[in-house]
Design a protein around this ligand. Structure first.
Ligand code: 5GP
Ligand code: MG
Ligand code: MG
Length: 175
C-alpha cells in the first residue's frame, strides 16, 4: 500500500511469533484460561495467537478509551465490559501494543480487584521508551522504538487495521 513507508513485521514473522508465544502460554497454564482481547486493535493478533494455545480457553473482549494529552494520569474508561466473571479464573489480557502502559496497568488492576486468580499480559508489540507507568507483560512479541506503527489491528484514524503486516505510515498521510 502506497501509504506505508516500510514494513517492520511481515505476516509470516508475526505468525511464527504466535507459535512461540502460544507454546509458552500452553506450557505455563494447566487448565482453563480466560483470554481477554482489547478491542479493536488486538483482534487480528488474538485470532492468530489463540489457534496456537493448546488449552481449553474461553475468549472475551473489552473496549476502553483513554484520554491522553490532557492529564498525565491518563484516565481510562470502560466502553464495553466483559461477558464473563473473572473471579477465580486465570486471565490473559491480549493487546496490540503497550505504549505509555496506562491502559494495561488500569485494566490489570480492575481484573485483579474483581478477584481473578491470576492476570497476565500478552502484547504483540511494546515500546519500552514510551512507558509512563510500569506494566508487567509476561508475553511480548516484539520490542520497537518510539515510532507510530499501523497494521495487524493497529489504526491511524481507524484505518489500516486490515493490513496483514506491521508497518510505518508515510509522513504524507499526517499532512
Ligand atoms: P497505552 O495506554 O499503553 O499508552 O496505550 C496503548 C494503546 O495506544 C494501544 O492499544 C494502541 O491502541 C495505541 N497505540 C500506542 N502506540 C501506537 C502506535 O504506534 N500505533 C497505533 N496505531 N496505536 C498505538
Ligand atoms: Mg489497543
Ligand atoms: Mg487507536
Amino acid at each position: 500500500m502506497k501509504e506505508i513507508e516500510s514494513i517492520l513485521y511481515t505476516e509470516e514473522v508475526i505468525k511464527e511469533k504466535c507459535y512461540e508465544l502460544g507454546k509458552k502460554i500452553s506450557e505455563d497454564y494447566s487448565g482453563e484460561l480466560l483470554v481477554v482481547g482489547i478491542l479493536k486493535g488486538a483482534v487480528p493478533f488474538m485470532a492468530e495467537l489463540i489457534k496456537r494455545i493448546d488449552l481449553p480457553i474461553i475468549i472475551d473482549f473489552m473496549d476502553v478509551s483513554s484520554y491522553e494529552g490532557t492529564t498525565t494520569s491518563g484516565e481510562v474508561r470502560i466502553l464495553k465490559d466483559l461477558e464473563f466473571r473473572v473471579e477465580g479464573r486465570d486471565v490473559l489480557i491480549v493487546e496490540d501494543i503497550i505504549d505509555t502502559g496506562l491502559t494495561l496497568s488500569y485494566l490489570t488492576e480492575v481484573i485483579k480487584k474483581r478477584g481473578a486468580k491470576s492476570v497476565e499480559i500478552c502484547s504483540m508489540l511494546t515500546k519500552p521508551k514510551r512507558r509512563k507507568v510500569y506494566v508487567n507483560a509476561k508475553y511480548v512479541g516484539f520490542e520497537i522504538d518510539d515510532k507510530f506503527v499501523v497494521g495487524y489491528g493497529m489504526d491511524y484514524n481507524e484505518k489500516y487495521r486490515n493490513l496483514p503486516y506491521v508497518g510505518i505510515l508515510s509522513e504524507s498521510v499526517y499532512k
